[in-house]
Design a protein around this ligand. Structure first.
Ligand code: URA
Length: 232
């Protein structure tokens, strides 16, 4: 990889800005100050420093995104902004969203390039819990809550028992263990009501960091990564 690309991808600015950094003799490769931005480096073996600080080449990245409405859970899309377009760092890694949220759903989405973790979290056998906050067009009756908890038929299959709690009038939290297509909206339709707002707040052991505004993201902490990757 070219040195300027490496620095751009690891967040040191545009190609132009990185070039200036190099011309200012602030970048070294294996302790030799470099003035050639086109130098070919081995990002896994060479030690790259900017202002004497090592710039790490990371293999796996784990990001918590607070997905806004209007953005699609895909890596590329001809029409809409994708969740990957929102991530400004680590463009050299092949990041992807772990699962999907509908275009009009907000909230917690894990973005990574760790295919094994994604596979484990999405495997239908693992029944990873997901909690959603939802607003409905009409109040859910006690009977509705009971039906939703016990399971409804989607695609000729009964959904697994769920947990639903009333938060406010027209506002509920629902924890499900599967990830069927439009699952929450379709479950609520089964009791004759409509979801008018949907936000995911947990995904397995991960809990949405409420300090993230819509469209913002942060890297997972070591502890969050450990919990998420823990074998059960
Ligand atoms: N269920 C839905 O209906 N939509 C989502 O985005 C997620 C779960």
């Amino acid at each position: 990889m070219r040195l300027d690309k490496f620095l751009k991808d690891t967040g040191f600015g545009s190609r132009k800005e990185v070039k200036v950094l190099i011309k200012q003799k602030r970048v070294s490769v294996n302790d030799t100050l470099i003035s050639n931005e086109g130098l070919s480096i081995n990002e896994e073996k060479d030690i790259i420093k900017v202002d004497n600080n090592i710039v790490k080449y990371v293999k796996y990245v784990y990001i918590m995104l607070n997905k806004p409405k209007g953005v699609v859970s895909a890596t590329v899309d001809n029409v809409h902004t994708t969740v990957i377009d929102l991530i400004k760092d680590y463009k050299y890694l092949e990041l992807f969203p772990v699962g999907r949220l509908d275009i009009d759903t907000e909230g917690l989405l894990l973005i990574t390039n760790d295919g094994v973790l994604a596979h484990n979290l999405l495997s239908p056998k693992k029944h990873v819990d997901k909690t959603y906050l939802l607003h409905t067009d009409k109040k859910l009756t006690d009977k509705d809550l009971q039906v939703l908890e016990q399971g409804v038929y989607l695609d000729n299959e009964l959904t697994l028992p769920a947990k639903i709690k009333k938060v406010n009038e027209f506002e509920y939290s629902l924890t499900i263990h599967e990830g069927k297509f439009h699952q929450v909206k379709r479950m609520v339709e089964c009791v004759g009501k409509k979801v008018i707002y949907l936000k995911r707040i947990t995904f397995g052991s991960l809990v949405l960091d409420e300090s993230l505004s819509l469209g913002e993201y942060r890297f997972l902490t070591e502890e969050e990564i450990l919990k998420l990757t823990k074998k059960d």
